[in-house]
Every structure is written in structure tokens, then in C-alpha cells.
Design a protein around this ligand. Structure first.
Ligand code: CAA
Length: 260
């Protein structure tokens, strides 16, 4: 697929998806969401991609939300399609067997906060701002904000943000657990790439099992969730990487993982 609204590169096993509509603060229209879905599918299918970074072009925004000009006159059935496209894409991203990091370089409002929450981690620049301001538009979040936000930061804080429509700066987002790390804007990509490359060097199947256990165990009863974890853990013993990792530890050397 040819991309008009995103940039897609791969360096040293790390795919970088850059939302590239800076004049509209990278607002997410349906065309951009379809491109994201295609890029995420490429990341899933391409064995040379081991980790993914999502970021925004320009120095002002990650994504300032779903595109309000596209949504303004939607009828309910078209709105449903638009929201389902986002939901399908974000669930694909979230359940990818490979790790993803959102590098949030400015505004991440509405759909921007929601897209960042479908990534495994969020690294933010000091000028990043988060929020679910949909209520100010006569709307509620439609790409997972009412579900992923309470899971990440707790019900009370999520309600304060969704019902109040306010914004969080990077420091507050860090304090409530929405953001994993904060960096000065000029170091954000360098530091995110460094961590993504570290993740790209991890044993591939083990990574898949770790994400599977967390993603699909989270909403199960504790008994069932631990059962799932135990089975995922046992599966790791089928890999050469498990033998290599343990041999390397006992031989006091660095492990050489091959992804098998
Ligand atoms: N959709 C469409 N266009 C947007 C946009 C959005 N979400 N956010 C910004 N833009 C456009 C502006 O219309 C403006 O375009 P023009 O230059 O053509 O007028 C351009 O980007 C620059 O924006 P501003 O002039 O507003 O920049 P600012 O620095 O004064 O303010 C801002 C920045 C606070 C982020 C402000 O743009 C803003 O509040 N944006 C909307 C945020 C929002 O409400 N997001 C939620 C959208 S709904 C949603 O996401 C639903 C969902 O859950 C799926």
C-alpha cells in the first residue's frame, strides 16, 4: 500500500511509523487509520521487524485526536464504521506479538491518547499533553478511551479525565501511570529507539508469550489468568532461545538469541 499520511521506515529491526499530517496536528482521519492498519499488518507479518515505534511528525503533536472535520457530519452508521476501523486497528496493534512504544512528542488528545494506550509503553517529551476532550465536542471516546484508560490509571482518575475533558501534562501523566518515561523533546526519539532496539534483541517467541499472557490474561479470573501464564511459560521451554538463555547465564556469558 502506498502511504500518503504516514511515514514507514525500518532500522535495525525497529519499525517507525510517523503520523505525518503536521498542519492538522496529525489528526487521524479514516485514510490515515487505514494506512496505520496496513503498516501494523506489515509489522506483524515481516519477521525482520522486531519492535515498533509510533510517533508524530513536527514538534507540536503526536496526534491531536480523530479528525473532527471528517466526523462532524457523520451519520451513526458511518460513525460506527469509523470507530470500528479504529478499534480493529488498535486491537491489532495491542495484540501484536511484538512490542510497541508510543513516542509522544506533543499533543496526544482524544484518539491520540487512545492510540498511545494501544501501544505497550508510552515515552513522552516534556511538552506532551494527554486527555480525552471528546465530551467538549458532544462525544465520548470511541477508540478505547473509556476502557483502556481506567485499566491503566484506575476508574476514578479516568472518570475525572473523560467526564471533565481536561488535559494532563507529561509530569501528571507520569504520576498517574499513563506514561512510562519522560525525556526532553530533543532526546525523545533517540532514547525511544535505544529502548526499542533493546526490545528487538529479546527472544522473539518468549516476547510473544509474555505479551499473550498479559494481554489475554488481564480480564480473566485470577485462576484462569495464572493457568494461561503457566501454559505460556511452559511453551517457552520449546525454544532454543530458552536453552541458550539459561546456558549463557550459567556459563556467565551474554546470550545469543536466534529467535528459534
Ligand atoms: N481534527 C481536525 N483538525 C484538527 C484537530 C482535530 N482533532 N486538532 C487540530 N486540528 C487542526 C486545527 O483545526 C488547525 O487547522 P487550521 O490551521 O486549518 O485551522 C490546526 O490543526 C492547528 O490547530 P490549532 O490552531 O487549534 O492549534 P492550537 O495550538 O491553537 O491548539 C490543540 C492545539 C489544543 C491540540 C487544538 O487544536 C485542539 O483542541 N484540537 C482538538 C483536540 C480534540 O478535541 N481531540 C479529540 C478529537 S475527537 C476524538 O478523538 C474521538 C475519538 O475518540 C475517536
Amino acid at each position: 500500500m502506498e502511504y500518503k499520511n504516514i511515514l514507514f521506515t525500518v532500522e535495525e529491526g525497529v519499525a517507525i511509523i510517523t503520523f505525518n499530517r503536521p498542519k492538522a496536528l496529525n489528526a487521524m482521519n479514516s485514510e490515515t487509520m487505514r494506512e496505520l492498519k496496513d503498516a501494523v499488518t506489515v509489522c506483524k507479518d515481516d519477521d525482520s521487524v522486531k519492535a515498533i515505534i509510533l510517533t508524530g511528525a513536527g514538534d507540536k503533536a503526536f496526534i491531536a485526536g480523530a479528525d473532527i472535520s471528517e466526523m462532524q457530519n457523520l451519520e451513526p452508521q458511518d460513525a460506527l464504521k469509523f470507530m470500528e476501523l479504529g478499534h480493529d486497528t488498535l486491537r491489532l496493534l495491542e495484540t501484536l506479538p511484538k512490542p510497541s512504544i508510543a513516542a509522544i512528542n506533543g499533543f496526544a488528545l482524544g484518539g491520540g491518547t487512545e492510540i498511545s494506550m494501544a501501544c505497550d509503553m508510552r515515552f513522552a517529551s516534556e511538552n506532551a499533553r494527554f486527555g480525552q476532550p471528546e465530551i467538549l465536542l458532544g462525544l465520548i471516546p470511541g477508540w478505547g478511551g473509556t476502557q483502556r484508560l481506567p485499566r491503566l490509571i484506575g476508574m476514578g482518575r479516568a472518570k475525572e479525565i473523560v467526564l471533565g475533558g481536561g488535559q494532563l501534562d507529561a509530569q501528571r501523566a507520569y504520576e498517574v501511570g499513563l506514561v512510562n518515561k519522560i525525556y526532553p523533546a530533543d532526546r525523545l526519539m533517540e532514547e525511544t529507539k535505544k529502548f526499542a532496539k533493546k526490545l528487538a534483541g529479546m527472544p522473539v517467541f518468549t516476547m510473544k508469550m509474555a505479551k499473550h499472557s498479559i494481554n489475554f490474561g488481564y480480564d480473566l479470573s485470577l485462576d484462569n489468568a495464572i493457568r494461561l501464564e503457566v501454559e505460556c511459560c511452559a511453551q517457552c521451554f520449546s525454544t532454543k532461545d530458552q536453552k541458550e538463555g539459561m546456558a549463557a547465564f550459567l556459563e556467565k556469558r551474554k546470550a545469543n538469541f536466534t529467535g528459534r
